[in-house]
Design a protein around this ligand. Structure first.
Ligand code: AMP
Length: 436
């Protein structure tokens, strides 16, 4: 399979060639034709599957030469917003299309300026988008395509209300795409609300990480985790690892410990401001630091290429987070390692993860660190979210018009047909619209 056989424009193919993309990933092979055909889409795809290009390429193609139309990509975090916008700009480098990211935590002024210079594809976090709508800097009437990227994450971060408010501001005719790594019940309900006769695609078996990731658990007493981590780093010569901890305080303490042992480590957590986070990430990418110690919230949306190793210093409370965490390694088919240091207190969390994965992680004790408090043996139970549940959410409802959580059900089938002309520009305010 090649990008040309997917019907992509030569300008996009050229950009992909320059970026070194030789062939589409499985999610791209499935998503690109469906999106080009105008279908709503429900995609099960984890970070690392190539999901960004899977929606960005066909959307850019549909926007090419259509400057009165625009696309909106909603993402959970500012890091992901920047990352998606950067990827879109790279794909669009031979097209006359502008991609802009807007997200909270930075002043509005720069983002308003970027929007006023023209925007065809807008990548936004929900809160900042609502700010811009409330201030009448943007309206969404020209949006023809909307993507919910990492939908499960957006809900986990508490964006359900914001998403409903945005749905109310979107034109009925929009093509809607939902990408999610996992499908807990709230995500299935969101898909049911947002999508209309969606095509359902899945790149990897749901809730399972890419197969090339080697994962195992190391049973250890809680107090000995820092020593064990240090031992494993030195013993294996591990470099460039993302280490997950459960709290900001834990991240700072672990970084202090590691630095005391002359390991170049830094922390990434929600209490560091945007500039500090940017600097830490840059230092990690440039290999000036070896270990990035992160909380789940801070790590969302991180795109660090060729990350060989993820270490779960603490197990996540939500089993889905385990899948997200280890999705940071083994990207685009590369081999990766995900190792979890597990103490007896975390037995229930480990059992939850194994239920979700539907497999038992092997336990491999490290000599000299054998735990005094043993992990109880656990056997995986069947998945609680069978694939058919998602199918039912999408296909199993009556053949009535599309749903939108905050709009009258008749709106979509009434005077504004799905492919009708937009009535306005992507953003208004100050009289300066799309700048094109
Ligand atoms: P994503 O899942 O969108 O975060 O993408 C993960 C990584 O894979 C990013 O670094 C992309 O640049 C890269 N990537 C996406 N599609 C391809 C492809 N077809 N060939 C090679 N690399 C790709």
């Amino acid at each position: 399979m090649s990008f040309s056989s997917l019907g992509l424009l030569p300008a996009l193919q050229q950009a992909l060639h320059e970026l070194g993309y030789r062939q589409p990933t499985p999610i791209q092979t499935q998503a690109i034709p469906a999106i080009l055909a105008g279908r709503d889409l429900l995609a099960s795809a984890a970070t690392g599957s190539g999901k960004t290009a899977a929606f960005a390429l066909p959307l850019l193609q549909r926007l090419a030469g259509q400057h009165e139309r625009a696309a909106l990509v909603l993402v959970p975090t500012r890091e992901l917003a920047e990352q998606v916008a950067t990827a879109c700009q790279a794909y669009a480098r031979h097209l006359d299309l502008a991609c802009v990211a807007v997200y909270g935590g930075v002043p509005l002024a720069g983002q308003i300026e970027a929007l006023n210079a023209g925007c065809d594809l807008l990548v936004a976090t929900p809160g900042r988008l609502l700010d811009l709508l409330a201030n009448e800097i943007l309206d969404l009437s020209a949006i023809d395509h909307v993507v919910l990227d990492e939908a499960d994450r957006m809900l986990a971060l508490g964006f359900a209300r914001e998403l409903a408010a945005i749905a109310a501001a979107l034109p009925e005719r929009c093509q809607r795409l939902l990408f999610s790594a996992t499908f807990p019940p709230a995500t299935r309900r969101l898909a049911d609300d947002w999508l209309y006769e969606a095509q359902e695609i899945s790149a990897t078996p749901r809730n399972r990480p890419a197969p090339k990731i080697k994962q195992w658990a190391v049973p250890v007493d809680k107090k000995r985790k820092p020593g064990l981590l240090l031992f494993m780093l030195r013993d294996r010569g591990w470099r460039q690892a993302l280490v997950f901890v459960k709290s900001r305080k834990g991240a700072d303490e672990l970084v202090a410990y590691l630095r005391g042992k002359e390991i170049a480590a830094d922390a990434l957590h929600g209490e560091r401001d945007q500039e500090e986070r940017r600097q830490v990430l840059a230092a990690f990418r440039e290999r000036r630091i070896d270990l990035l110690v992160a909380t789940d919230v801070a790590a969302r949306g991180l795109d660090i290429d060729e990350l060989p190793l993820v270490i779960n210093f603490d197990l996540p409370v939500a089993a889905e987070d385990y899948v997200h965490r280890i999705g940071r390694t083994g990207r685009a088919g590369a081999a990766g390692i995900a190792v979890s240091l597990v103490c007896a207190d975390e037995a229930a969390q480990l059992a939850g993860i194994e239920r979700l994965l539907q497999k038992r992680l092997s336990r491999e004790e490290e000599p000299g660190f054998e735990p005094r408090h043993q992990l109880p043996p656990a056997s995986p139970a069947p998945s609680t979210t069978p694939h058919s549940a998602i199918k039912k959410a999408i296909h199993g409802r009556p053949a009535s018009p599309a749903k939108n959580p905050s709009q009258p059900k008749t709106a979509r089938s009434g005077s504004s047909p799905r492919n009708g002309k937009p009535t306005g520009a992507a953003h208004s305010g100050g009289g300066h619209k799309r700048g094109r």
